[in-house]
Design a protein around this ligand. Sequence first.
Ligand code: F6R
Length: 613
Amino acid sequence: MCGIVGYIGPRNATPIVLNGLKRLEYRGYDSAGLAVLTPQGVQVRREVGKLHRLQALVESEPLAGNLGIGHTRWATHGEPSRRNAHPHLSETGKVVVVHNGIVENFLALREELAAEGAQFRSDTDSEVIAHLIERFLSREADLVEASRQALQLLEGSNAVVVISTLEPDKIVAARLGNAGGVVIGFGEGEMLVASDLPAILEHTRRVAFLEPRQMAVVQAHGAEVMTLERRPVPVQPTVVPWDPVAAEKGAYRHFMQKEIHEQVRGLTDTIAGRVDFEGGKVFLDSLNLTPALARRVRKIFITACGTAYHAGLVGKVLLERIARVPVEVMVASEFRYADPLVSPDDVVLAISQSGETADTLAAMEEGRRKGATLWAIVNAIGSQAMRMADGYISMQVGPEIGVASTKAYTAPLVDLYMLAVLLGDLRGTLPEAERRRLVKDLRLTPDLVGQALAREEEVMAVARAMKEVRSCLYIGRGIDMATAYEGALKLKEISYIHAEGYPAGEMKHGPIALLDEETPVVAIAPQGPWYDKMVSQVEQAKARHARVIAVATEGDELIPPIADAVLWVPPAPWLLSPVVTVVPLQMLAYHIAAMRGLDVDQPRNLAKSVTVE
Ligand code: F6R
């Protein structure tokens, strides 16, 4: 997961940038680098592996200057190597760039630049940014204008930081989408920029965060902020507390809200380095999945608790549809008591944010006892589930602090999708054209989540209308059933409102008796294979005078006239749609609980890591 740090001021930038990168190590990375503007011109040091290797390189080849930028890289395009590590330079070396995110249209941009004669020195998407800025600089624009014009050409959610030998008195920093945050630190006669607060907190507590499509021109004495359209934006630094945990919360009221918003970046990092978009391939190296094992697998048992179990339910649809492998999903607390029919040709796949949940670990032990291969999808690096497993996928979303899981729900959905593609490929059950299409769809995911997040105010209006209800039903079908369960769990655990998730088709077999004006129904009804069925479910609920809140796809014309409120989501490929449809439900639960004045991050009776049976 990439990190950025930059410094401008009277001190030597080198140790400040290196220390800042060190504070971002927890995010994970595979290479690192920095560029400093020295009296001899810009100097760059890049190294593969951990930061101490970059530090050793800097000690053997020192560099010093008052302006520097650094980066920790989690490979997306191109292997981890010195040449692919950031910073990247333009052809003449006058422009230096570090970048977080994925430039979705980089292939087209690279071809265009190559046709103009640009020579590329790395396999990264990021390098095109340096070349593009140089192209505009050569057309008489200054650094700010050249950066602005170049950044407007980039598609995707990106954070970019630029320096140039031509204008050594400034750093240009930009945030292009919902991923890739940018924070500016205001020091005494010095300024910092970073992707995350911990990188700069030891130097200053006065900070300002860029919004999407804003850029900042940072100089030693202050910063100017403007939109990408060059409209000035007033800068109002806020003071964050010293407490590093509280500081991490940044501009958000609660960790849960922050973590909901971090999903764009989390998903970018989830995909990063694991997908070759050109070849249509997925790589999950830490899973240790050989072609022989892939062909041998008879059945996958997914086991998990709570939110992670709901991710498993989506995983069943993905693995069965994409890889054509039979899957059984079991709550972990039942697994070891059910004497499940697990054989040595099966896989037991545990999903766990903490990797320490007692029931999940016990289920893994049961799988081991029966000779199965053990896999785990975990967030906490080095956790017991990770250590126990024969292979694992790490979630790459950074620590989750809010007790209610959000980013650790959407990340495993994407992990399971990638696993399904990889398994289907290795087993020969997934035709190549289909594989390429599925891999291509992946790159849309972070941005689709960003679009869903941008509708937070509309969700708040629905939350206001719902905050006093006593009970509520969430319904969905097929792949959306798990979303109904997850939406209901989110609401009940933090707002203490009774909520139940139900397969929509089961309503008429009992739960429909609950419906009246007092009991709203949240219907998950995006475009997809179950859409028509859900429209008639909504009609049936309306006929019982229930208030219906529908999650529907932008442009839908049938749902708005029959629902009382709509939570809109952008159109998404249906196998990836659970990643998007859950977002308004997370926000709904969050805002209802916050409006009820509850302790959102630490709801009563719950713990983040459930290490007892
Ligand atoms: C709900 C929630 C819990 C966890 C469950 C499993 O928001 O967070 O339901 O999903 O306790 O925890 P992990 O993933 O740590 O095994």
